[in-house]
Ligand binder design. Structure first.
Ligand code: ADP
Ligand code: MG
Length: 241
């Protein structure tokens, strides 16, 4: 049984079909890449999985049970945490306070010292414990992205959704991020669904890759299979990146 399964999910915005009958399955323990040109529906898929958007039709199952009966605030409790394409932190709160927001885990809200320890451990894991008491605002983009990853880790998820974690990073940082995600998957026994534009990164660390284009799933397979797929090459030709 897959850990996460989208079954025939459709989501429209007015005339735009952001997800068009999309089915995909993510196995426990894998890093699954989700790629596709801009506007393909990748972030919408994350928003459907995390219950920010209701699908018009179809089902999303997690751990063998539908997610559609779970309200958005209950998703973390089911074991799903995410980062956002455009970093979403509380700028006036400290770095630690932002990570404490993440300490809503599968066993409920952590409290007091336990919450603090979990948050500090997560910050240490991403190498930012020295920034704990600083305001979250004003750090380089790469640092903000790491704070978001720490916040997601503090929720002790089974499934981590990363929405373009390499966006805005330097070449060197992108390389490091790939190694970091692989290490994090092992260290926290995570399953990872990775939306990313950096093809080298996706192809290097993913066990499987799913490809969306204009809301439709056009391919899935191993990185090698997907890279050779004519439909995938075609979808990216018009993109110029
Ligand atoms: N909240 C929304 N309201 C209206 N249109 C949306 C909304 N979210 C996404 N869309 C549209 O759905 C399509 C897919 O968007 P998105 O999922 O953000 O793509 P991707 O993340 O692959 O770049 C786009 O055409 C986008 O404009
Ligand atoms: Mg997106």
């Amino acid at each position: 049984m897959p850990l996460l399964e989208l079954r025939n999910v459709t989501r429209r915005f007015g005339g735009v079909v952001a997800l068009d009958d999309v089915s995909l399955a993510v196995r426990e323990g894998e890093i699954a890449g989700l790629i596709g040109p801009n506007g393909a529906g990748k972030t919408t898929a994350f928003n459907v999985i995390t219950r920010l958007y209701k699908p018009d039709s179809g089902d999303v199952e997690f751990d063998g049970e539908t997610l559609l009966g779970t309200p958005p605030h209950g998703v973390v409790r089911r074991g799903i945490a995410r980062t956002f394409q455009n970093v979403e932190l509380f700028p006036s709160m400290t770095v630690l306070e932002n990570v404490l927001v993440g300490t809503h885990t599968r066993s409920g809200w952590l409290k007091g010292r336990q919450a603090r320890r979990t948050a500090m451990d997560a910050l240490e894991y991403v190498g930012l414990e020295h920034l704990a008491e600083q305001p979250a605002a004003g750090h380089p983009y790469g640092t903000l992205k790491r704070i978001e990853i720490a916040r997601a880790l503090a929720a002790q998820p089974k499934l981590l959704l990363l929405d373009e974690p390499a966006g805005g990073l330097s070449h060197e940082e992108v390389d490091e991020l790939g190694t970091f995600i692989t290490r994090m998957r092992a260290g926290f026994e995570l399953t990872v669904l990775l939306v990313e534009h950096h093809m080298n990164l996706v192809m290097r660390i993913s066990d499987s890759v799913h490809v969306l284009s204009f809301g439709q799933k056009i391919a899935a397979g191993t990185p090698v299979e997907v890279q050779r797929d004519p439909a995938v090459i075609e979808a990216y030709l018009g993109e110029g990146d």
